[in-house]
Design a protein around this ligand. Structure first.
Ligand code: ADP
Ligand code: MG
Length: 481
C-alpha cells in the first residue's frame, strides 16, 4: 500500500520597511543608487559610532502587529546576531531575538476552491539588512555595496501551518497584500523588498511529530516559491522512500535548473551568540502609542472583501482577488459606480479580460491602458445590448491597442448589435434556404443541428446578431414546417 505523505511548511518573510532612512542611521534607503553612496559611518560599522532607532520603523511594525491581531510587546529587545560576512562590516547584525516586538497573530487565506484557512504568525521582529556582494561584471573580483546595510526589515515568522505549496503561496500573497495596504513596504519582489525563506518537511499522514525540515533561502517570486517547495517535497520523499533520512540544512533554489541545492548543513550552521545590544535601550511601547497607530489603520483586505461580498454579491474567492491591492479594489468600485450596478459583470471583466491584458503586457492596474471610465463605457454597451459579450472582447482589445473609447470603436468598426427582428429573420430564412439537407435532418429529429444554424446566422452577421433573439427566432422558424 502506498504511503500517504503530508507536507508541512512554515515561512519566514522579510519585508523591507518603507522608511526614508535606515533603521539605525540617517542614510537614505532609496533603491538603485551608486554603490556605497548611501552608507554612513554607522552603516559602515566604524568603531565608536552609536545606532539610533528609527521611530518610523517601530510605528510600521506596530501597524503590522495590529493588522494581524497580534500582541504588541510593551517591551522588546534588540540583540546582536554575531557572524562574519564581507557585506556585514560590524561583524554582527542587529535583530530581535528572545523578545520580539510582535507576537502571536494570524491571517486567513482563501484557496481557489473557495476554502478558507487560518495561518498562525508566531512573531514579527525588527532587524537591519546586510549589504550586498556584487559578482557581475567585475571579472574575478567581488564588489561590496553597503547601500542596503542597515535597511529596516520586518521578519514575519509563521507557524508551520501550511500543508501545500499552494497554501504557502496564498499566505505569502496575503502578507504581500497586507503590507501594501498598510503602506509599510512597497512589496517590490524584483528589488528584494519582499522575499521569504521556506521551511519544508514531510511526514506520514496521521503522524503527530514533524519531520526534519530544510530551509530554502531567499525566494523572491510567487512562482519560484511554488516550484521550489514542490521540488523540495518530491526530493525529501524520494530520499526517505529510498531508505535515507533528511538532514536539516539550508538550501538554495536554482531557478534555471528548477532544483534546490544544499548550501550548508546544520552542523556547519553558525552559533550566533546572541546577546542584548548594549548600544540600544529596550524598546518600550506605550499603550497610547499603540492606540494612536490603531487609529491610522485603513480598511483592511478582509474587511474590504467582506464588504464586497455583502454589497456586490461576490463570492469569497472573487472578493479576495478584487481586494488583493487597494488599487484594483478602487478600480473595480469605480467601474461599478459608473455602470450603476452590474457588480458581477464588472467583476468578471476586471478579473478576466482586463487582468489577462495586464498580465500579457506585464502591467499593474495603475498602468492599465483602459481606465475605470473606459471599462465602464464598454460594460454599459453590454448592459444596453448594443453589443454582445463576445463582440465586447474584441472591442476591449481594440480599446487597449488604440486608446479609444468603446463607443468610438463600435461606431468605427460597425459592431453594433443587430436587434431588428425583421433583419435577423431575413438572415435565418437565407440560411435555411441554403442548407436544405440540415433543415430536413433537423426536422426529422436531429436536435443537435440547432447549433449549426446558430453558427451560420452568426457567421452571416459577423457575430453581430443578438444571440437571444437568434435563439428564439430560430426555434420558431426551424419548427415551422
Ligand atoms: P530557527 O530558529 O531555526 O529559524 P524557528 O523555530 O524560528 O527555527 O522556525 C523557523 C520557521 O520554520 C518557522 O516558520 C516555523 O514555522 C518553521 N518550521 C519549524 N519546524 C518545521 C518543520 N518541521 N517543518 C516545516 N517548517 C517548520
Ligand atoms: Mg528563525
Amino acid at each position: 500500500m502506498a504511503i500517504e505523505w503530508e507536507v508541512v511548511i512554515g515561512l519566514e518573510i522579510h519585508a523591507q520597511l518603507a522608511t526614508k532612512s535606515k533603521i539605525f542611521s540617517s542614510s537614505s534607503t532609496a533603491f538603485g543608487a551608486t554603490p556605497n553612496s548611501q552608507a554612513n559611518l554607522v552603516d559602515l560599522g566604524y568603531p565608536g559610532v552609536l545606532p539610533v532607532l528609527n521611530g518610523e520603523a517601530v510605528r510600521m511594525a506596530v501597524k503590522f502587529g495590529l493588522a494581524v491581531g497580534a500582541t504588541v510587546a510593551p517591551r522588546s529587545v534588540f540583540a546582536r546576531k554575531n557572524y562574519f560576512y564581507p557585506d556585514l562590516p560590524k561583524g554582527y547584525q542587529i535583530s530581535q531575538y528572545a523578545l520580539p516586538v510582535v507576537e502571536d497573530g494570524s491571517v486567513d487565506i482563501v484557496l481557489e476552491d473557495g476554502s478558507r484557512k487560518t495561518i498562525g504568525i508566531t512573531r514579527a521582529h525588527l532587524e537591519e539588512d546586510a549589504g550586498k556582494s556584487l559578482h557581475e561584471g567585475l571579472g574575478a573580483s567581488t564588489g561590496i555595496d553597503l547601500n542596503r546595510a542597515g535597511t529596516p526589515l520586518l521578519e514575519i515568522v509563521s507557524e508551520p501551518d501550511m500543508r501545500s505549496a499552494r497554501e504557502a503561496v496564498a499566505y505569502m500573497k496575503k502578507i504581500h497584500t497586507l503590507v501594501r495596504y498598510l503602506e509599510i513596504c512597497d512589496g517590490n519582489m524584483q528589488e528584494g523588498s519582499f522575499r521569504c525563506d521556506a521551511n519544508v518537511s514531510v511526514r506520514h499522514k496521521g503522524r503527530h511529530e514533524f519531520g526534519t525540515r530544510c530551509e530554502i533561502k531567499n525566494l523572491n517570486s510567487f512562482r519560484y516559491i511554488e516550484k521550489a517547495i514542490n521540488y523540495e517535497v518530491a526530493r525529501q520523499i524520494d530520499v526517505i522512500e529510498g531508505g535515507g533520512s533528511i538532514v536539516q540544512e539550508t538550501r538554495l533554489y536554482d531557478a534555471d535548473k528548477g532544483e534546490t541545492r544544499s548550501m550548508r548543513s546544520k552542523e556547519e550552521a553558525n552559533d550566533y551568540r546572541y546577546f542584548p545590544d548594549p548600544d540600544l535601550l529596550p524598546l518600550v511601547i506605550e499603550p497610547e502609542f499603540v492606540e494612536q497607530v490603531r487609529g491610522t489603520l485603513p480598511e483592511l483586505p478582509d474587511e474590504k472583501s467582506a464588504r464586497f461580498q455583502r454589497d456586490h454579491g461576490l463570492s469569497l474567492y472573487d472578493a479576495g482577488v478584487l481586494t488583493a491591492s487597494r488599487e484594483i479594489a478602487a478600480y473595480y468600485e469605480d467601474v461599478v459606480a459608473r455602470v450603476g450596478g452590474h457588480a458581477k459583470l464588472a467583476a468578471n471583466w476586471v478579473m478576466g479580460e482586463l487582468s489577462g491584458l495586464l498580465n500579457r503586457d506585464g502591467l499593474e492596474i495603475g498602468a492599465s491602458r483602459i481606465d475605470a471610465a473606459g471599462m465602464a463605457g464598454l460594460l454599459a454597451r453590454i448592459v444596453d445590448e448594443t453589443i454582445s459579450g463576445k463582440i465586447a472582447k474584441d472591442v476591449l482589445e481594440a480599446m487597449w491597442e488604440e486608446g479609444k473609447g468603446a463607443d468610438a470603436i463600435i461606431e468605427a468598426k460597425g459592431l453594433k448589435q443587430i436587434t431588428d427582428t425583421g433583419a435577423i429573420e431575413q438572415v435565418i430564412r437565407e440560411v435555411m434556404a441554403g442548407s436544405p439537407k440540415q433543415l430536413a435532418d433537423y426536422r426529422s429529429g436531429k436536435d443537435k443541428l440547432f447549433g449549426y444554424f446558430v453558427g451560420q446566422v452568426m457567421k452571416q452577421t459577423a457575430g453581430k446578431a443578438n444571440p437571444a433573439q437568434v435563439n428564439d427566432l430560430l426555434k420558431r422558424l426551424l419548427a415551422d414546417g
